[in-house]
Design a binder for this molecule. Structure first.
Ligand code: SAH
Length: 243
């Protein structure tokens, strides 16, 4: 039966790809993905055929991958981080539907919350949630509600898609919502270009994060009310020392 592997390649650095992802990419003959991700893996998988599509053409990209699989090609569809976290895994299943003519295998990867969290220290040691600020596919009112609930629940938060060219003030708007329930001194951090050229981290307060100019390759972290700075790193205690 035709088969497609949907592979999370991690944040960018080859060392942060899982061995299973490497095996999956070695096993396939065609790799399909957004050109930025293809560029990240290309040198490690010489001899493969690569198909790239621009951003925002996700349905086309998945249909190309499914079509190639139906033609009998061994296809891997790559996503950055994890393929199931704002990635293509769900869409591949949706487009394939119940037909069951293509076997789908999802290969998990290291999502930005985890790789970025490790750079910052240990911001996600207690309950946390992940929220994307992109309102391309989600109404802004829904995003607002989730932000408010996260702050009410005192969750640490990893914010994906904190800004783009057209959404310059979204991080500011998000911080204003969080500030309804969280203190301005709440410990926060940002990680840029994890595992890629220009990687950088910064620890700051929620008040400072509000004025931070993020870009689309940034993941922002908001601590919970117990998060502290230890030797310049962001640390959320789980409470081991309190028992
Ligand atoms: N599937 C990806 C997420 C895609 S959504 C994953 O699991 O990581 C795109 C958002 O993810 C970006 O706007 C950014 O917030 C975050 N992101 C993905 N890769 C990143 C990287 N290398 N460095 C920093 N943030 C990243």
């Amino acid at each position: 039966m035709a088969k497609i592997r949907v592979v999370g390649i991690g944040p960018g650095d080859y060392q942060e790809m899982t061995l299973r992802a490497v095996d999956a990419l070695n096993a396939c003959d065609v790799i399909v993905g957004y050109h930025v991700y293809v560029d990240l893996v290309k040198d490690h998988f010489p001899g493969k055929e690569f198909h790239t599509t621009p951003m925002r053409r996700e349905v086309d990209r998945c249909n190309i991958a499914l079509e190639l699989a139906r033609q009998g090609r061994d296809v891997a569809m790559i996503c950055s981080g994890d393929a199931g976290v704002y990635g293509m895994a769900g869409l591949i299943y949706e487009l394939r539907g119940e037909a069951g003519d293509v076997d789908v295998e999802v290969v998990g990867g290291l999502t930005a919350a985890i790789s970025g969290g490790a750079r910052l220290g240990a911001p996600l040691t207690h309950d946390f949630c992940v929220i994307s600020l992109s309102d391309l596919l989600t109404p802004w009112e829904t995003i607002e509600k989730r932000l408010e609930c996260a702050a009410l629940g005192d969750f640490a938060v990893a914010l994906y898609n904190p800004a783009s060219m057209k959404r310059r003030d979204y991080l500011q708007k998000a911080c204003d919502i969080l500030l309804r329930h969280a203190r301005p001194e709440t410990v926060c951090g940002v990680v840029k270009n994890i595992g890629r050229e220009g990687e950088a981290i910064r620890v700051m307060t929620l008040a400072e994060l509000r004025d931070y100019q993020a870009d689309m390759f940034t993941t922002a972290f908001i601590g919970n009310s117990h998060t502290k700075v230890i030797d310049g790193r962001m640390v959320t205690p789980r409470g081991y020392r309190d028992v």
